[in-house]
Ligand binder design. Structure first.
Ligand code: SF4
Length: 348
């Protein structure tokens, strides 16, 4: 990807951008930054996508905001040949898998995901060796290499449907999210569902005691759970366990959550997900008091996509995401099998 000629730029962005182990910094998300980002997006003929958990400034400047799968599908249909994916690495990989002929850029390739990292391709290969006849179902929060070893992907919206579509006598290996796996096992009653013990570090901020305590201290509030990332699958599990009253809990995709925000008669809504989602909800329904179940539920990886990182990405055409063609082909098949089974959810 070409490095744009920016020698004549008046702002001297190159001197401002710093780089440390926590990511790129040194740039304020002000009007000048916004104008420069949009100018470079046009110059590169790019589509700018932002996940719901990105910082508000990046959500506000993106062409589309949504969950990972919806964004990847938008990427595949976009007329532009460059996709700038503001999210974590496995998400940008999924966009590349679905758009193999496009250039996919991520503002900082160090933005990983603790859930996706909890199972490697080697781990999955060894697990499959133990259960050679099993069907592998992987949550979309996995690397391309893991998806390539997967029979069917799933999201939290369709995990039950995907598992239910597998003949009852076949073992199922479900990875990597233990909460989503436990939820699916409970709903399907399936004993031959083996669950990998992976988890997202952010979910720890949304534990059962806190969820129940918040529900008790806000008796009139509704509770929205958006589990499309791994961070709130524990809340999904806890809601099913009865940790909070059933009638007040709504398990919703992004699109469903935004619709519910516009339609709710509740004056207060507790939101069990990564705190970035609050920005979209407050924009959709400014009169409702949206509160995080835990305001420390913030994904450090998502927040590595800083204003400085986005600017550097657009200036330098980096970091480019590569997936080797055979891995991409196999991974794409596992995503397409999921789409063929049913609604992948995430109405974004
Ligand atoms: S919130 Fe959790 S599952 Fe989502 S990207 Fe961050 S670490 Fe991964």
């Amino acid at each position: 990807m070409t490095v744009l000629d920016t020698t004549a730029e008046p702002q001297g962005w190159a001197d401002k951008i710093t780089n440390g182990p926590g990511g790129y910094g040194g740039v304020e998300a002000d009007e000048q930054w916004a104008a420069e980002v949009r100018r470079l997006v046009e110059q590169r003929n790019a589509t700018l996508l932002a996940h719901n958990y990105q910082v508000p400034a990046i959500q506000d400047i993106a062409d589309h905001v949504g969950d990972s799968l919806a964004l990847s599908r938008i990427a595949a249909e976009a007329p532009e040949d460059v996709i700038v994916f503001c999210g974590v690495h496995f998400m940008a990989e999924t966009a590349k898998i679905l758009s193999p002929d496009k250039t996919v850029l991520i503002p900082d390739q160090r933005a990983g995901c603790s859930l996706a990292d909890s199972i490697t391709a080697e781990d999955l290969r060894a697990w499959k060796d133990e259960f050679p006849d099993a069907v592998v179902v992987s949550y979309v929060n996995t690397t391309a290499a893991v998806k390539a070893l997967t029979d069917v992907c799933c999201t939290s919206s369709n995990a039950v449907e995907v598992v239910a579509s597998i003949p009852a006598d076949r073992d199922v290996l479900f990875c990597p999210d233990q909460f989503l796996g436990a939820h699916v096992r409970r709903v399907t009653g399936r004993k031959n569902l083996h669950v990998w013990a992976g988890e997202c570090h952010v979910h720890a901020g949304i534990n059962g005691d806190e969820l129940a305590a918040q529900a008790r201290s806000h008796p009139d509030a509704e509770l929205f759970v958006h589990p499309e990332c791994g961070c709130a699958t524990s809340a999904l599990y806890l809601a099913g366990e009865g940790a909070v009253p059933d009638d007040r809990v709504k398990i919703l995709s992004t699109g469903g959550m935004l619709d519910a925000a516009r339609e709710t008669r509740a004056r207060q809504v507790l939101v069990a997900t990564e705190i970035g989602m609050l920005h979209q909800l407050r924009r959709a329904a400014p009169d409702v008091d949206f509160r995080a179940v835990n305001d420390r539920a913030s994904c450090t990886y998502m927040k590595m996509i800083t204003p400085a990182a986005l600017l550097r990405c657009l200036r330098e055409g980096a970091d480019e995401v590569h997936v080797d063609p055979e891995t991409a082909r196999l991974a794409r098949a596992s995503v397409q099998r999921m789409i063929a089974i049913g609604q992948p959810g995430g109405g974004e």
